[in-house]
Design a protein around this ligand. Structure first.
Ligand code: DON
Length: 302
């Protein structure tokens, strides 16, 4: 059902002007070919379409944040909101500005400050945080080769001064409970994970399937997954979340590696990868392709 429309969108996307810049503030990300482009769609009925570079792995970066949040939510439930909010920040993903006057409670779990608090929660609750987290992703997807990209993690650790500042600032408010270096190490590793568009769809399947993974494991219940998707809708694209909602109309999450994952609950998951980013750190061509998808099919949550 989606084959024809996706082919059309792929062709149109390839003809678009090359706008946007590859992320270079993490030096290792600058080594990627900026003109890569892939799109992958997986329906809950089992239809799968992969086009272009849909099977090539890239750095998922912030796309890891709904995954760490979901796992932390399994440990803390609603108590999690004592440490992080659920409001869009209207500020860039790496901003420090609200944190001081909001007393160390990040606006939401997807800005870097919020994701660091979630990383702290996982460091508290997991015995071997990095091993347990990657195993969690392997178990929910049956993709046993998923892994951290150690050169990306190392590269970010050597230049991640903003995140280092944020983590220390959070610690000064008591909203990081573990050793700051340990939390940052976990965070840089979660961001370094590589996946292809096709793999992202399999890992993110449970967000579209009422909390149940592709291999039948219930991660969160229906009401909890509603909350995760609501947060992706309102905060998944930082200060561009309104724009993404307006143009695409799906909950989703972006990363500075150029990936985007979005889903229509109970229907499909779609991922795109194009490393050229706009000034808000979101993939220019990915947003274009997803806007085309919901416009041409009329399938969005609105
Ligand atoms: O913390 C950072 O800056 C990166 N590891 C992740 C940022 C990111 O992907 C923002 N997304 N658009």
């Amino acid at each position: 059902m989606f084959e024809k429309v996706l082919q059309e969108i792929y062709k149109e996307s390839k003809l678009q002007p090359k706008i946007g810049e590859i992320a270079t503030y993490i030096p290792e990300l600058a080594n990627v070919n900026p003109d890569k482009f892939g799109i992958s769609l997986l329906t809950l009925d089992g239809e799968e379409i992969n086009l272009g570079d849909a099977n090539e792995r890239f750095s998922i970066q912030s796309i890891s944040k709904p995954l760490t949040l979901s796992l932390a939510f399994t440990f803390l439930g609603e108590k999690i909101w004592e440490r992080v909010g659920v409001e869009p920040s209207g500020s860039p993903f790496n901003s420090l500005v609200q944190l001081e006057y909001e007393k160390g409670i990040p606006r939401n779990p997807f800005i870097n400050a919020g994701a660091l608090v979630i990383a702290d929660i996982l460091v508290t609750h997991l015995k071997n945080p990095k091993t347990n987290f990657i195993n969690f992703l392997r178990e929910i997807s049956d993709i046993n080769t998923l892994d951290y990209d150690l050169s990306v993690a190392k590269s970010e650790a050597s230049t991640g001064f903003r995140n280092i500042a944020l983590a220390n600032f959070l610690k000064s408010f008591g909203n990081i409970t573990n050793n700051v270096d340990e939390v940052l190490d976990f965070y840089f590793h979660q961001c370094s994970i590589s996946m292809s568009c096709s793999e992202l769809n399999k890992v993110f399947y449970f967000f579209a399937n009422e909390g149940v993974t592709l291999n039948g494991k219930e991660i969160l219940n229906r009401s909890q997954i509603k909350r995760m998707n609501a947060l992706m809708q309102s905060c998944g694209f930082y200060d561009e979340s309104g724009e993404f909602t307006y143009r695409v109309g799906l909950p989703g999450k972006s990363g500075v590696g150029g990936g985007i994952v979005a889903m229509l609950p109970k229907k499909f998951i779609v991922s795109t990868w194009s490393p050229r980013l706009n000034s808000n750190g979101n993939s220019e061509l990915g947003m274009f392709a997803l806007e085309q998808l919901t416009t041409k099919t009329g399938m969005s949550i609105f």
